[in-house]
Design a protein around this ligand. Sequence first.
Ligand code: 13P
Length: 255
Amino acid sequence: MSQGRRPLIAGNWKMNGGLDEVDSLAGDLAGRMAALDGPPAFELALCPPFPLLPMIAARIEESGIALGAQDCHGAEKGAHTGDTSANLLAEVGCAYVIVGHSERRADHKETDDQVRRKAEAAQAAGLCAVVCVGETEAERDAGRAVAVVVGQVAGSVPEGSTSRNLVVAYEPVWAIGTGKTATPQDAQDMHAAIRAALGERFGAEAAAGIRILYGGSMKPDNAAGLLALADVDGGLIGGASLKADDFWAIAEAVR
Ligand code: 13P
């Protein structure tokens, strides 16, 4: 990663965690942050399920760990049963919100257009939108990976995005929860293609400041190789973020 971009290591807990379990996980991580000698080389963020947000916010208060949510609605407020507004997420202490995760694109048929509206709502609420993109295995096998991902970036990233209100997460669908990861070369090529697409839209200088995370079976044993790549600015971690030792080892792989 480059000097100017502070690597972000974000844990996406997905639909996991009971009260006791997450309380001790967040407390453990906050303790590790407090025990550090100086400021860490990384920024840490935790993205728990909605009901846990206020509790985790209290647990990580003043630890330097940021809070994130896993989704938000594209509207400011209104009759949307079961949905959560970006404004409320900001009020309970979120700095980040993941939008357009492939599991939501698949489970809830979210389109690029909807994802963009969610990201816009997040940015309007003062949050940093973590916009997820990634190709399926069939799309990669057909040689369409870059075209698909660059298309998702074009459709899902709002106009006027900046390094402060946008993070892009490249998560190849075939790598999520499967134990398969992109090769360093494939990851770097894709991240460079995403940055080039952001550069065409927002200018090279702005694009150089926007963090692009890798996600998909990132673990302690493969993190260092991925995080060392020129255009990989951190990780969006699923399974390994549920274990304090593993998540911390990934964060410490940032050099
Ligand atoms: P895994 O790390 O479990 O593969 O999940 C990645 C992911 O989807 C993070 O958003």
